[in-house]
Every structure is written in structure tokens, then in C-alpha cells.
Design a protein around this ligand. Structure first.
Ligand code: GBH
Length: 440
């Protein structure tokens, strides 16, 4: 890699990220059913109808997987806790094996000198709660607060950082408006309610963790740079609206105690009654803010109903997901988040990475494209730091090839290759390059 650890501030931390459903093997250890299991079982939703039953079987390989993190010289491991593994019914009696699993995992990190960065929810909602309307139900912040209390009573004394919800936009918009993720709805009213409830749940979980005496608490938000498809006012307006709904809505709620006007124009009639009164819960003080960044979108206006934008094809080189590679966007969002929302708060890049073709040469996986991608985005991080933005950590998505949601096992984001039949792990060239860079 172009960059070395010594190019970054002395205290800067490097990590890798994963999530529970994508790696653990949900069939093991007494976890309850989730809306991702039922979504995947419905034909047409997921490539080859694959699910997270076995995934990387991290449930049994966790110790070797933590060795991979430690051997690379990484400081941080970002993992998530499966709600349904801890509370198989979503509420009520905990599953002792589930609590033991996360307890072991956290101790395993500490034994290896790795700082645990916990995310409470990375998308697998317990089915009994999905049956009650899931993120559309105004009671979900209360349920999520209960889960937070149960899991953090067990591991909260030993995690380095914690965030309630991975990517509120994905939990609400891609799942309730685009229909691409569970529960697969295409309904603006459900979307608006989920957008709001997810933020109330975020605030409720922060309160629950503060009550347990925890610190270093943050939020993890995802960003896509919105580029107008042409110079027309209509295209610029559509891109602004996309930016408001995608990138600004959640930060604005948490840090400004309001929602952007461009988003409210279409969403306000669908928000739950009394939404204006919830900002005392939503806007809990945080200790850091996490940014997940992958790509940009070219936005074109469309005549249809609100939000009346369309994503069109762009000219830049693309990853195996078909996502444009636009490293400048990461610097843009780090600067804007710092300047307009978080002020002095530390920022963490909680996810960045790519799906690559991963060519095999002489038995080794030579993912030069991924190395170049990470280099280009680390350049962006360094530029933001040089401009005075307090970026303090950077996590690669992901340690392992894993269950890529609606794309099943077809797309690989790992620094480490996983053979999904033998479950054998093989470090790719990017893993070796990162290891060398961190040692320099
Ligand atoms: C992350 O989300 C997730 O946290 C992680 O679980 C996942 O494995 C990882 O991404 C890789 O996908 O309209 O098809 O061009 C990233 C948020 C939202 C970024 C959708 C890309 C474009 C989708 N993503 N977005 S598309």
C-alpha cells in the first residue's frame, strides 16, 4: 500500500468490521428466527435464496478469526450483536448461550490486545417483533432499549466503543421504500415511520447504555455522494433532495434536533403523531460519530411521485457491486459532518471497502483493485485530517467474505477469502498489504 501507519497521527486506530448475521451462522447456538431468514426464504428476494444459516460459521471459528485481526496488527474489531441470538423471542427470556458467545468474543479480543467496537443492531430483527410491524411499530424503541440493557449488562463493561444501529438509512429506506432488504416493503408511509422510530430507538439505547455507566458511545451512519446528472435546476434539486433524505436526515435529527425541509416536504404527512416531541430522546449527546462510505450516486429528476428522483449510470470505474469508485466523497463527508453537525466530536470511518473480482494467480488471491481502493480512500482520510477534521479511526469492511444480504454469497468484500464449502480462510493480497502497511 502507498500509506503506512506512520503517515497517520500516533493515536490513530485501524480496524476491520463485520456483522453478526453476515458471518456467525445463525442456525447455531439457539438464536431465534429473524426477518432476514423469512425474507431470504421468499423467492426473488435474495440471489439463490441464500441466507445466513451457516455464513462463515464464525460461531465456531471466532478464535481463529480474532487471530487474523490480531496478526494483521489491527487495533480494533467492529462486530455486532444479534438481537435474536440474545433474545430469541425478541423480548423476555435471554438465551444463555448467546450471551456467553459475546462474552467469549469480547474477552477473546481483549486477550489479543484488540479493542472491541460493538454495534447493537446490524439488521436481523427478531421475527416475533417483525410480526408486530417491526420498525413501523412505535413500541420498537422500548423493545430495543430492553435488548440493549440485557446485552450490555453482560459485555458493556469491556467494550471500547458502542453504537446502537448500523446505518439508519438502510434500516428504513432500503428496507421499506426500495424493498431490497427485509422486510421488503415499498411504502413511503412505512419508510417515514421507520426513519423516525430508528432514531428514537437509537436515542433510547444511548440512554440505556449511559444508565449502565458506559462511555465512548456513538452512531453509525451511511453516506452516498449525490451528483446531479446535469446542470439543470431540476437535476440539482433532485440531488439535494436525495442528499437530504439519505445523508442529512439522520445526522440532522441527532445533532440538530430537526429534519431537513427537503425531506419533510414528502415525509411529514407520514411521520408518526407527536414526532416533534421526540428530539429530547433522539438527540442524546454522543462521544463520536461513525461514517460508512462506499460510493456516489448520479441523480436525475423524474416526473413520478415524491421523492421524484432516479439513479442513473455514472462514468467512473465501478466495483464488482457496480458502485462507482469515488474516494473524494469520503473527504467531503468527513469535512461536512465535522463542520455542519458534529463540531469537535471524533469521527470514525466505521466502514469502507469494496467487492472485487479477486483473481486467483498461482494459488493466491491478487486483489490489487482492493488495495488501490483502500489506498485512495485513506488518502481522503489523510486530507480530512490535514484540514483539521478529528478523524480517529478507520475500519475496513470487511475482515471476511460474508453474506452480502440480497446478493447472497455472490459478492466478496473480505480481506480474507472464505471458501463457503470448506469454510477455509485464506488471506488475500490486500490483507498482507495492510499488515505490512500497519507495521511501517
Ligand atoms: C454496508 O452498507 C453494510 O453495513 C454492510 O452490511 C454491507 O455488507 C456493506 O455495506 C456492503 O454492501 O443501489 O445497489 O447501487 C452500505 C450501504 C447502501 C451502500 C446501498 C451502497 C448502493 C446500493 N449501501 N448503496 S445500489
Amino acid at each position: 500500500m502507498k500509506h503506512s501507519r506512520s503517515d497517520f497521527p500516533r493515536e490513530f486506530l485501524f480496524g476491520v468490521a463485520t456483522s453478526s448475521y453476515q458471518i456467525e451462522g445463525h442456525r447455531y447456538g439457539g438464536a431465534g428466527p429473524t426477518h432476514w431468514d423469512s425474507f431470504a426464504a421468499t423467492p426473488g428476494n435474495v440471489v439463490r435464496a441464500e441466507n445466513g444459516d451457516i455464513a462463515c460459521d464464525h460461531y465456531h471459528h471466532w478464535s481463529d478469526d480474532l487471530d487474523l485481526v490480531a496478526d494483521a496488527g489491527l487495533n480494533l474489531y467492529r462486530f455486532s450483536t444479534s438481537w435474536a441470538r440474545v433474545l430469541p423471542e425478541g423480548r423476555g427470556a435471554p438465551n444463555p448461550d448467546g450471551l456467553d458467545f459475546y462474552d467469549r468474543l469480547v474477552d477473546g479480543m481483549l486477550e489479543r490486545g484488540i479493542k472491541p467496537a460493538a454495534t447493537l443492531y446490524h439488521w436481523e430483527l427478531p421475527q416475533p417483533l417483525a410480526d408486530k410491524g417491526g420498525w413501523r411499530n412505535g413500541d420498537i424503541p422500548k423493545w430495543f432499549g430492553e435488548f440493549t440493557d440485557v446485552i450490555m449488562r453482560r459485555i458493556g463493561d469491556r467494550v471500547w466503543s458502542a453504537a446502537p444501529i448500523n446505518e439508519p438509512w438502510c434500516v428504513s429506506w432500503i428496507s421499506h421504500f426500495q424493498g431490497v432488504h427485509a422486510p421488503g416493503l415499498r411504502d413511503i408511509r412505512a419508510t417515514a415511520r421507520a426513519m423516525h422510530h430508528v432514531l428514537v430507538a437509537h436515542g433510547t439505547a444511548i440512554q440505556a447504555m449511559r444508565a449502565l455507566g458506559m462511555s465512548n458511545l456513538g452512531g453509525v451512519f451511511n453516506f452516498e455522494y449525490a451528483e446531479p446528472s446535469d446542470e439543470s435546476d431540476a437535476a440539482k434539486k433532485a440531488a439535494r433532495r436525495y442528499d437530504a433524505c439519505y445523508n442529512r436526515f439522520f445526522l440532522s435529527g441527532v445533532f440538530h434536533r430537526c429534519y431537513p425541509d427537503e425531506a419533510l416536504q414528502g415525509l411529514e404527512p407520514h411521520l408518526p403523531d407527536g414526532w416533534q416531541e421526540d428530539f429530547d430522546v433522539i438527540a442524546q449527546p454522543l462521544d463520536w460519530c461513525g461514517l460508512n462510505y462506499y460510493t456516489r450516486k448520479i441523480i436525475s429528476p423524474e416526473a413520478g411521485p415524491w421523492p421524484s428522483w432516479r439513479e442513473v449510470d455514472g462514468p467512473l470505474p465501478k466495483t464488482a457491486m457496480g458502485w462507482e469508485i469515488y474516494p473524494e466523497g469520503l473527504e467531503f463527508f468527513l469535512r461536512r459532518t465535522h463542520e455542519e453537525y458534529t463540531k469537535g466530536l471524533p469521527l470514525h470511518v466505521t466502514e469502507n471497502g469494496m467487492a472485487a473480482p479477486d483473481p486467483i494467480e498461482a494459488g493466491a488471491i491478487e486483489d490489487a483493485e482492493r488495495i488501490a481502493f483502500l489506498d485512495a480512500h485513506l488518502t481522503s482520510v489523510r486530507k480530512a485530517i490535514a484540514a483539521g477534521v478529528p478523524v480517529e479511526a478507520y475500519f475496513v469492511w470487511s475482515l471476511l467474505d460474508n453474506y452480502e444480504w440480497a446478493l447472497g454469497y455472490a459478492k466478496r468484500f473480505g480481506l480474507v477469502h472464505v471458501d463457503f464449502h470448506s469454510l477455509q480462510r485464506t488471506p488475500k493480497a490486500s490483507y498482507r498489504a495492510l499488515t505490512e502497511a500497519l507495521a511501517r
